[in-house]
Write a protein that binds this ligand. Structure first.
Ligand code: IMP
Length: 453
């Protein structure tokens, strides 16, 4: 029996969905511990084609596995129903035997988005606008509506909605909301089983469990670049409270893009190429890499390099379609993320999964940030003071790029020498072994195995 936690090392969108999908074959249960439909994973398989997942763990694409939406997720029932109907259209089996919804999970009710929009107008975090923060804020405020509230007489649900209406000056009809949420849950019950996860994990004592986090450590509410973070614990510590009942965590797999890092929304980003403002009009499918761009890249132009990574990496939000901010790989941040989440001294094992290696094919040079400098001094570590991050200068190791095609390569010895060097450089700098390297979106485009290599 093994319990493995897969987490994002930087600001999310590292490709965790793909890694979880590849690993799921060796596990019985795949459970997610945080986030909501702010998250978006795209998984590509020969059987189902391109599938976008938001709330449902990536294990759902494997027959005979059980996927669990943990109590730490916040669930918009309408989004969940849409997602499941989308999966059914692609002939993915979703049944009460294959999908479990925690009865303790908090709901996102339709008006949470309006509350968030009002807050966002003054705070400018650049949220996904899904009402995620509102659901997570109601939780410690003890007025959050939960799945459980739809299963009893409904009194507490109505009471909570009345409080929301009063405190946020909204005109709401609690009875109507209760009815519509119950109607949605009734439809969902054809596809999923509502459970107490403590009882569920207890009953499945000998199972191999793969835990999936949404977003990344630098967006974690406690560890991240506060206040430019999401509202949940994206680092694997969150799995213990977000998937109540898991026995322990044996292994940690941190997922990061090999040659670069992305961030969506506002907040500091030391290795950013260009600025958030400069890319605001970039749209998927409307940009292409020109000979002029390549010339600029050779001269080290940051905007052209960011465009190269954005276009080739498809770096536009799965959930919001916003262009993602791109920057060079940041090992100061990555080291911090592992220190937070699963330090290499952990006995069970901490490993790296590298994604999007192929995106860098054709780049003449790849820069990897190995230190932050402020004034004439190097910082000893990733600073807890978010403001300080805006002032640091990244110090880069310049690695040679490669011109060969790595897309779909499935053997390490078939990678160009410079690509191997990049993987080894990341591994040696972090002192964490590489477990898997992804060379394309398809499930098959991967090197490494259950044992690493
Ligand atoms: P929220 O999670 O919608 O509250 O947004 C808070 C911050 O987290 C914003 O900067 C979002 O862009 C970011 N964020 C939330 N979910 C994701 C994700 O899945 N990938 C990348 N960024 C995310």
């Amino acid at each position: 029996m093994t319990v493995t936690a897969v987490f994002g090392v930087h600001w999310g969108d590292e490709g965790k969905g793909k890694i979880v999908d590849v690993m799921a074959k060796d596990y019985n249960i795949v459970a997610r511990w945080n986030g909501g439909d702010n998250a978006g994973h795209t998984v590509v398989t020969d059987e189902y084609g391109r599938v976008a997942l938001h709330l449902v763990p990536s294990g759902i694409l494997h027959k005979g596995k059980v996927s669990v939406i943990g109590n730490g997720e916040v669930v918009n029932l309408q989004s969940l129903l849409n997602e499941i109907e989308g999966l059914k259209e692609k002939s993915v089996e979703v049944t009460p035997d294959s999908l479990v919804l925690s009865d303790r999970a908090h709901l996102i009710l339709p008006y949470y988005r309006d509350i968030e929009a009002k807050k966002e107008s003054t705070r400018k975090i650049g949220t996904t606008g899904r009402g995620i923060g509102v659901a997570y804020t109601f939780k410690p405020d003890r007025v959050g509506a939960r799945v459980l509230d739809l299963l009893d007489s409904g009194g507490s649900f109505i009471e909570k909605v009345k409080i929301h209406a009063e405190e946020n000056r909204l005109r709401l009809n609690p009875e109507e909301l209760l009815e519509s949420q119950r109607e949605l849950l009734g439809r969902l019950e054809h596809y999923l089983n509502i459970s107490d996860t403590v009882e569920f994990f207890g009953r499945n004592g000998g199972a191999n469990i793969l835990l999936e986090g949404a977003q990344g450590v630098l967006l974690d509410i406690d560890a991240g670049t506060y206040p430019y973070v999401t509202s949940s614990n994206a680092s694997p510590g969150g799995a213990y409270t977000g998937c109540l009942g898991i026995p322990r965590i044996d292994r940690f797999i941190g997922v990061m893009k090999a040659p670069y890092v992305t961030r969506v929304g506002a907040g500091p980003f030391p290795t950013e190429l260009g600025t958030e403002e400069a890319i605001k009009d970039a749209r998927r499918g409307q940009e292409e890499i020109t000979a002029g761009d390549m010339e600029k890249i050779r001269r080290g132009d940051p905007l052209a390099t960011a465009k190269y990574l954005r276009v080739r990496g498809g770096e536009y939000g799965t959930t919001t379609e916003r262009p993602r901010r791109n920057g060079w790989q940041d090992l100061v941040a990555a080291k911090y993320a592992f220190d937070v989440s699963g330090n290499p001294s952990h006995i069970g094992g901490v490993m790296l999964a590298l994604t999007k290696l192929d995106v860098a094919d054709g780049l003449p040079q790849i820069n990897v940030c190995t230190a932050y400098r402020r004034g004439d001094k190097n910082l000893p570590s990733f600073p807890s003071d978010t403001n300080l991050l805006n002032e640091v200068e990244p110090i880069y190791e310049e690695l040679e790029g490669w011109s060969e095609n790595t897309k779909g390569v499935t053997r390490y010895d078939k990678l160009p020498r410079s690509a191997q060097n990049l993987a080894r450089f990341l591994e040696n700098s972090l002192h964490i072994p590489v477990y898997m390297i992804s060379t394309g979106p398809n499930r098959k485009e991967v090197l490494g195995s259950s044992d690493g290599f």
